[in-house]
Design a protein around this ligand. Structure first.
Ligand SMILES: Cc1ncc(COP(=O)(O)O)c(C=O)c1O
Length: 410
C-alpha cells in the first residue's frame, strides 16, 4: 500500500502548527488564558436546568437542532440584549454558535477574500487575529487611547487604505473591557466610531464577550444599539466568560442581508442542543443573573488582589491597566532591554503562565515589552503568590526594577 503524503495534499496556506493544542497546557498560576473560576461554575443549577429540560422535551434530541440554534435560547437572548444592551432585535436575527469564535470565523468567512484588510485596536484578541490570517487577509492596528479606538485615527486609516487601492473590509472592535487593553468606550466614543464606519461605508464587527463582567462604573450601550437601522454593526456575544468556555455557546446578531449567508456557512447541524437547553433553563429562571452578580463580586476581589500584588512586586518595573471589568491586566515593562517573549519559559519554571504582547499585535511585530495577565482563574491568595513568582522569573532574566522578595519554586 503506497503511503499517502498528506503534506502534499494540504490546501496551500492551511495552518499546520498544532494550533491551540500546543498552548493547552495550564500552569498552576494560570494567568495566560481567559478562564473563569472553576469553583464558581453553577454546576448544580445546570444539572437541575438540564433535568427539567430533558423532562420537558428531551426526546427532541432525536432530531437535528434548529439550524439557527435552540429557539427558546435565542428568545431569551433577544430579551437580554434589549434589557442589558439596549439592542432591539428578534430571535430570528440571532444565530447560536460554538462559542463566539465560530460566529466570528463565520463572519470573516462571509466577508473576507485573501489580501483584504481588517482594522482593529492596536492590540486585540489573538483568536480573531488568527482567524483573519487564516482567511489570507491582513489585520491592521489603529491607535487607541484610554477609552479605546480613536475615531480620527480610524477615519484616517480607513481613508489611507481606500486611497491605497486596498480598502478595509471590516472594523473589528471590542469596545467593552477590551482584550487585552482593558479599555471601555463611553457612549460618545461609540457613536463616533459608528459614524466614522458609516461615513466610510465599512461594517463593524462588535465583540461584546466581556460585557457582563462589570465591577464598577456605568453600563455603556452596545455600538449595535446606536445603529438604529441595524445595517452597520454585526454583534457577537458569548456564554464562555459568564458560565464557562466548556459550554461552547455564543451567538451572532447580524444585519438581515448577512443572516442567510451566515446560516449557510454555519456547519455542524445546529448548535449543541444539550448545552443550549441547560443554559436556557438557567437563564430563563433568573439563576444566570444571580450567578453573574456573584461572579462579578469574586472577580472584582481577584482583580484587586492582582492590582495589590503588582503594586507590591512591579511598582518600579511596570505599568498596568485599570479595567472596570473583564478578566485581564495589560502590563507594560519599563525595561526596554527585555523582550517579554523571553519571559515565558522562566515564568513557566515558576509555574506561572502569561501571554506575551506579540500574540495581540495585529501585524504580529510589536508588543515585545507587554504581556497580559488573566486574574479570572486563580484565587486571590494564589494570585498574590503567582505574581510574586512572576517577579522572581523577571528577576531571573534581569528585568530592571522588579521586587526580588520572590517565592522559591516549589
Ligand atoms: C474578545 C474575545 N472574543 C471572543 C473570544 C472567543 O471566546 P468563545 O469562543 O469561547 O466565546 C474570546 C476568548 O477569549 C475573546 O477574548
Amino acid at each position: 500500500m503506497a503511503p499517502i503524503d498528506y503534506a502534499a495534499l494540504l490546501r496551500p496556506g492551511v495552518p499546520n502548527d498544532g494550533g491551540a493544542v500546543v498552548g493547552h497546557i495550564r500552569q498552576r498560576y494560570d494567568f495566560a488564558t481567559g478562564h473563569p473560576d472553576p469553583v464558581e461554575l453553577p454546576l448544580d443549577e445546570l444539572v437541575a436546568g438540564l433535568q427539567e429540560a430533558l423532562g420537558d422535551e428531551g426526546r427532541t434530541l432525536a432530531w437535528y437542532p434548529h439550524p439557527l440554534g435552540y429557539p427558546p435560547l435565542r428568545d431569551y437572548l433577544a430579551s437580554k440584549l434589549r434589557r442589558d444592551r439596549r439592542i432591539t432585535c428578534s430571535a430570528d436575527q440571532l444565530i447560536l454558535g460554538d462559542g463566539s469564535s465560530q460566529p466570528i470565523a463565520m463572519v470573516l468567512y462571509a466577508l473576507l477574500e485573501p489580501g483584504d484588510v481588517v482594522l482593529c485596536e492596536s492590540f486585540t484578541y489573538g483568536g480573531t487575529l488568527s482567524a483573519i490570517r487564516r482567511m489570507g487577509a491582513q489585520a491592521a492596528g489603529v491607535e487607541c487611547d484610554e477609552v479605546g479606538l480613536i475615531p480620527d485615527a480610524l477615519d484616517a486609516a480607513l481613508r489611507r487604505h481606500a486611497e491605497s487601492g486596498r480598502a478595509a473590509k471590516l472594523v473589528y472592535t471590542i469596545p467593552t473591557f477590551q482584550n487585552p487593553l482593558g479599555t471601555t468606550a463611553d457612549e460618545a466614543r461609540r457613536g463616533q466610531i459608528l459614524e466614522v464606519a458609516q461615513r466610510n461605508g465599512v461594517p463593524i464587527l462588535e465583540d461584546d464577550c466581556y460585557v457582563d463582567l462589570r465591577y464598577e462604573g456605568e453600563v455603556e450601550p452596545a455600538i449595535r444599539a446606536l445603529d438604529e437601522a441595524g445595517e452597520t454593526v454585526i454583534y457577537v456575544g458569548s456564554f464562555s466568560k459568564i458560565i464557562g468556555p466548556g459550554m461552547r455557546l455564543g451567538y451572532v446578531l447580524a444585519p438581515d442581508a448577512l443572516l442567510s449567508p451566515l446560516a449557510s456557512i454555519k456547519t455542524g447541524g445546529g448548535v449543541n442542543q444539550f448545552a443550549a437547553m441547560a443554559v436556557h433553563r438557567l437563564a430563563d429562571q433568573g439563576t444566570l443573573d444571580e450567578h453573574i452578580a456573584q461572579s462579578c463580586n469574586s472577580q472584582r476581589a481577584k482583580r484587586d488582589a492582582m492590582w495589590a500584588a503588582m503594586e507590591s512586586d512591579f511598582a518600579d518595573a511596570a505599568t498596568w491597566s485599570r479595567p472596570q471589568g473583564g478578566i485581564y491586566l495589560w502590563v507594560h515593562l519599563k525595561d526596554q532591554n527585555v523582550d517579554t517573549a523571553d519571559l515565558v519559559e522562566p515564568a513557566v519554571a515558576h509555574e506561572v503562565g502569561i501571554t506575551t504582547g506579540v500574540n495581540f499585535h495585529p501585524e504580529g511585530t510589536g508588543g515585545s515589552h507587554h504581556f497580559r495577565l488573566c486574574f479570572g482563574f486563580n484565587t486571590p491568595e494564589e494570585i498574590t503568590e503567582g505574581v510574586s513568582r512572576l517577579a522572581a522569573a523577571c528577576a531571573d532574566v534581569g528585568v530592571a526594577g522588579v521586587a526580588r522578595a520572590a517565592a522559591p519554586v516549589a
